[in-house]
Design a protein around this ligand. Structure first.
Ligand code: PA5
Length: 472
């Protein structure tokens, strides 16, 4: 067992014993909800692998798929200079986050021999300038495009598909289809039809796995493998976390404890903002990934029984130490409505020494001989202390190092926390009606002639128009 590679959760600075009883959470508060937490645990256990919860089984049920992904990835690495993911939401945050976490921070810029794989782009927006900027820097003849969409129907992704397939056809004629890999549902949507029609290389997103829970299926595994990431270790990490959270007792199950704490913070203490603050550039996009998971899963207006609730906690991404000089002032002195989660890395993959110098300036000279590693660590401790001193709650997830194994644990941990919080709130954590509404409205605006969109067009036409006087 790789115990020294386990991530750990330290909730000390959330607890009344440490942060003070006015703002901290007490052991008694946690224990008062033991039964609810146990029920949440058992509900998830009994529904593992079923609709919405298919992700729980991904560390166990993908042996053949992993082999196929590795084979395809090897082919792509040999044949192409660029690998471009076209996708949005759950189809892009994970691939970006994992590549940034594991690979060189300037992955696309370092020489090919060091990178040992194609350049990696994730196009998760439809800003026209961004698409033309991409086409300015890649040669489509040397590029493989991975179209990822669970629904197979998302306007953003399918419009990108139209642009790219046209460019490929123009550049390559009949051979264009060899430059596309589709990752989509077995049945739903149009991408699966196109893929079968055109014989694209195809990977499936399991029916029971939703977008934001899909990083550990082909959605995330193929891009990771293409970028030389050890996807087996990623899945091993997830499995190790799953094994660690097998108890219905909160003090023995860090994911359940974390979920219960967040539930109490939201529901009983009005802590409606959750700041995710890694102290490592390579984890910057893990904060983005977390924000989507947390916001789309938990921001809901009704319970599963249809009762109006309007629950959720607004996730905010911050980066240590950069945002110490931007957001920290607000966190230490603004409203008492936030909890800060630090992601702290114990061992960076490199050490950068700060040279001696400027002896005539003692406040600079004292830095000489130390390392950036020590400095970033000191700043993390300093921030933690500043928050504590002002009675603000924080917690830390310690990563002994950043690698596939610890990242797999982190991903699975947050997914399970989200699932447990969903149970505690009695909401459906696996749908996103608010997002669907905006998708339908956008299609209606664009004049889609399907009945559903026509009806939306009429509804929108009847909506309040606003007034000129309010446009300045
Ligand atoms: O988590 C989700 O389900 C969403 O964020 C989706 O990933 C996002 O809307 C994109 O959908 P799709 O994968 O169907 O293109």
């Amino acid at each position: 067992m790789r115990t020294n590679t386990q991530i750990t959760l330290d909730i000390n600075n959330l607890m009344a014993d440490v942060v003070g009883s006015r703002y901290g959470i007490s052991t008694a508060q946690i224990e008062a909800y033991q039964n609810e937490a146990k029920a949440a645990y058992e509900n998830i256990l009994s529904r593992r692998g079923t609709s919405g919860l298919g992700w729980t089984e991904l560390p166990y049920n993908q042996d053949e798929i992993v082999e196929e992904i590795e084979k395809t990835a090897e082919y792509i690495r040999e044949e192409f200079d660029n690998f471009v993911v076209l996708g949005i939401g759950g189809s892009d945050f994970g691939p970006i986050a994992v590549n940034l976490a594991i690979n060189h921070l300037n992955y696309n810029v370092i020489p090919m021999v060091k990178r040992n794989g194609p350049r990696f782009y994730v196009e998760d927006n439809i800003d026209p300038e961004r698409m033309s900027a991409l086409l300015d820097v890649i040669d489509v003849k040397k590029t493989c495009f991975n179209i990822i969409t669970k629904s197979g129907a998302t306007a953003e992704t399918m419009s990108q598909y139209l642009i790219i397939s046209t460019a490929l056809k123009e550049a390559l004629g009949d051979n264009w289809t060899k430059h596309i890999v589709a990752t989509t549902d077995h049945e739903k949507g149009n991408l699966i039809r196109l893929a079968l029609e055109q014989s694209f290389k195809l990977f499936y997103i399991p029916e029971t796995v939703g977008g934001r829970f899909s990083e550990l299926c082909p959605v995330g595994l193929l891009p990771a493998a293409v970028c030389g990431i050890d996807i087996r270790a990623l899945l091993e990490g997830a499995k190790a976390m799953d094994k660690r959270i097998k108890s219905p007792i909160v003090w023995e199950n860090p994911a359940l404890l974390e979920a219960l704490i967040q539930y109490i913070l939201m529901e009983d203490m009005g802590i409606n903002v959750h700041v995710m603050m890694p102290y490592a550039d390579s984890l910057k996009y893990m904060a983005d990934w977390f924000c989507q998971l947390w916001a789309e899963s938990l921001g809901k207006n009704v319970t599963r029984k249809g009762m109006a609730v309007n629950v959720g906690q607004t996730p905010v991404k911050a980066l240590g130490v950069t945002d110490q000089h931007s957001q920290l002032q607000l966190y230490t002195e603004g409203p008492y409505d936030k909890v800060i989660t630090f992601l702290h890395v114990e061992n960076f993959r490199t050490t950068v020494k700060i040279p001696e110098g400027c002896e005539e300036y003692p406040n600079i000279a004292f830095l000489g001989g130390k390392s950036l590693n020590e400095l970033i660590n000191a700043e993390y401790h300093g921030t933690q202390y500043a928050l504590l001193r002002s009675g603000r709650m924080s917690q830390t997830i310690h990563l002994p190092a950043i690698n596939e194994y610890t990242l797999g644990q982190l991903i699975y941990f947050f997914e399970m926390v989200t699932a447990y919080v969903g149970e505690l709130l009695d909401i459906n954590a696996y749908d996103q009606p608010g997002v669907e509404e905006s998708k339908i409205a956008a299609y209606a605006v664009l004049g889609n002639t399907d009945e559903k969109y026509q009806a939306k067009q009429q509804e929108m036409a009847a909506a309040p128009k606003g007034f000129k006087k309010f446009v300045l």
